[in-house]
Design a protein. Structure first.
Length: 146
């Protein structure tokens, strides 16, 4: 297993619209995640434990913010022996229709090699990031341009 995973997709909207959805409309695409897009701000994710054990809580810190381009944070789960770093990068890109804005979105999570259960986390998070990206992009593409 490598140290990181990467999930990428393309949205049919501008980086500004995708950023607005990512940060300002976050509760609509990932309601369990809470953060303020400011370096040093706390970040938490609350989820139900699949085994009926109640709520699990991931916690971390926002590391870097570059409007319309980058959101990065460090996070960990209580059962992890280390943390990982997630970077969500946005970049304007050409698409099949020259009259339409397109944005490439890349999510990278690194530090998985330092986790005791890193291979399992990598598999699970690859699927979960793909789902979160699909939700984010769908919401951003359906938003009214503003």
């Amino acid at each position: 297993m490598g140290d990181s995973i990467r999930v990428a997709a393309q949205a049919q909207c501008s980086p500004a619209r995708l950023w607005h959805t990512l940060v300002d409309n976050r509760a609509a695409w990932w309601p369990e995640l809470e953060f303020t897009a400011s370096p040093g701000s706390p970040l938490t994710e609350r989820t139900n434990d699949d085994n009926g054990g109640g709520e699990q809580r991931a916690s971390g810190t926002v590391l870097a913010v570059a409007r319309d381009r980058l959101l990065s944070f460090r996070w960990t789960m209580p059962e992890w022996n280390a943390h990982t770093v997630v970077s969500i990068q946005l970049a304007s890109s050409p698409g099949p229709d020259a009259e339409t804005d397109y944005t490439d979105v890349v999510v990278t999570e690194s530090g998985l090699g330092g986790l005791t259960e890193g291979a399992d986390v990598a598999r699970t998070h690859t699927e979960e990031w793909a789902g979160h990206l699909a939700n984010l992009i769908s919401l951003a593409e359906s938003a009214t341009p503003g």
